[in-house]
Design a protein around this ligand. Structure first.
Ligand code: ADP
Ligand code: MG
Length: 389
């Protein structure tokens, strides 16, 4: 993961200056996220509990004549441009520019007069690691354009717009969790999101006060078959809900789980359903503990979530299982894979003083098995999208 080389906000304005020969009118930032708990519950109308990372994407921006957008990113060092025609048709702008064009498209579709703009993008969110650099980019772009144009887009509508950009313009099927986290999170809190109603609630998650830290470990595992497996899990869940006569697995109550499982045709389906139903309950239990300020006590739920993903939902891989086992053996209070699975990141809840020791233990376990060294970073729950200056 990225270390602390020149500050990301500085890189965005320096990039703006180099690309356009002038200073930006302002800078806007939006964070990556991790999901504390609640995996594969989103498309089952259930619960998730992400929090925003201190790793952010920054957009430096200034207005330019209507119907013109120019974007530089430090990712490739290129400057791309597009106009109203290209923005009107999803898919016309491709590559990384599609995330920016998609946000313009979604805002215009919703009837907002999006100002023309020059943008420069820098980011500390690693790409493709499961920390949602895509939503960070969408959220930073959206916030910048809303502010520059003085558009009236209530915060509670912004996640849907950013999600539409990604679903419809970029063409990537994702739920609304990532964009909700990137836009709506508060520092020192996790975001409790009901994926059926899209209602959000800020749950205190003050790691500093508890003397704790969350260590995020990038498993660096290649995403083997992730898309196909994701589609298969989704399909199994939808068919199971239909068999059980409920709109979604969220409607299977924990107390009725055994009865529901008895009505399912095969062991694999039963295990998939058991994951989703117990995972929803673990999110609710985590929220209850956090509301009571019992942060240390959520560790067991995190570890149980991992076991459920490994044994019932079958979405883990040896690299993430190794990271979880090694972190727990080194004294982590709880650990789990976060994200859709088949690779991605592991998070471990640790005593703040233990973070480096736990990271070293995971690195050693990886070396023993011949896996590429994992990246790691210690994170605290941070703020959602915001104007910097
Ligand atoms: P994740 O969201 O897990 O990081 P995705 O595949 O959903 O992975 O999104 C990554 C893509 O988002 C990149 O391939 C790139 O197209 C785009 N992207 C993210 N951050 C930036 C950035 N700073 N500059 C340009 N494109 C970016
Ligand atoms: Mg993404």
């Amino acid at each position: 993961m990225t270390g602390h080389h020149p500050d990301v906000a500085h890189r965005a304005s320096a990039g703006f200056q180099t690309a356009y020969g002038e200073a930006p009118a302002g800078r806007w930032a939006a964070p990556g996220r991790v999901n504390l708990i609640g995996e594969h519950t989103d498309y089952n109308d259930g619960f998730v509990l992400p929090f925003a990372l201190p790793l952010r994407t920054v957009v430096a921006a200034a207005p330019q004549p209507a119907g013109n957008w120019t974007v530089w990113s430090e990712l490739t060092g290129e400057t791309i441009g597009f106009g109203a025609d290209e923005v009107a048709t999803p898919g016309r702008v491709t590559g990384w520019g599609a995330y920016v064009a998609g946000v313009v498209w979604a805002l215009r579709e919703a009837g907002h007069p999006v100002p023309g703009a020059r943008l420069a993008i820098a980011s500390d969110v690693p790409l493709g690691a499961g920390l949602s650099s895509s939503a960070a980019l969408e959220a930073a772009t959206l916030t910048a354009l809303v502010d520059l144009g003085g558009l009236e887009v209530p915060a509670e509508h912004q996640p849907r717009l950013a999600q539409r950009a990604e679903n419809r313009y970029v063409g990537a099927p994702t739920g609304v969790m990532d964009q909700s986290a990137a836009i709506r999170c508060l520092a020192g809190h996790a975001l409790f999101l009901d994926c059926r109603t899209e209602r959000v609630e800020h749950i205190p998650f003050d790691l500093d006060l508890a003397g704790l830290a969350v260590l995020v470990l990038d498993s660096r595992a290649p995403h083997r078959h992730a898309d196909g497996e994701y589609a298969a899990r989704r399909d199994t869940c939808e068919k199971a809900a239909a068999l059980l006569g409920v709109p979604a697995l969220r409607d299977v109550p924990t107390v009725g789980l055994d009865d529901a499982l008895a009505r399912l045709p095969d062991d694999e389906t039963r295990r998939r359903v058991r994951h989703v139903v117990t995972e929803d309950q673990r999110v609710l239990d985590t929220v209850a503990l956090l509301r009571d300020g019992r942060v240390r006590h959520i560790g067991g739920l995190l570890t149980a979530s991992h076991a459920s993903m490994r044994d019932d939902f079958a979405i883990t891989v040896p690299e993430v299982d190794t990271a979880v086992d090694a972190a727990l053996a080194a004294g982590a209070l709880g650990a789990r894979m976060t994200g859709g699975g088949f690779g991605g990141c592991v998070l471990a809840l640790v005593d703040a003083d233990d973070a480096e020791r736990v990271a070293a233990a995971v690195t050693a376990a990886y070396a023993e098995r011949g896996f590429a060294a994992p990246g790691h970073v210690t994170v605290t729950p941070s703020a959602g999208a915001t104007r910097l200056d």
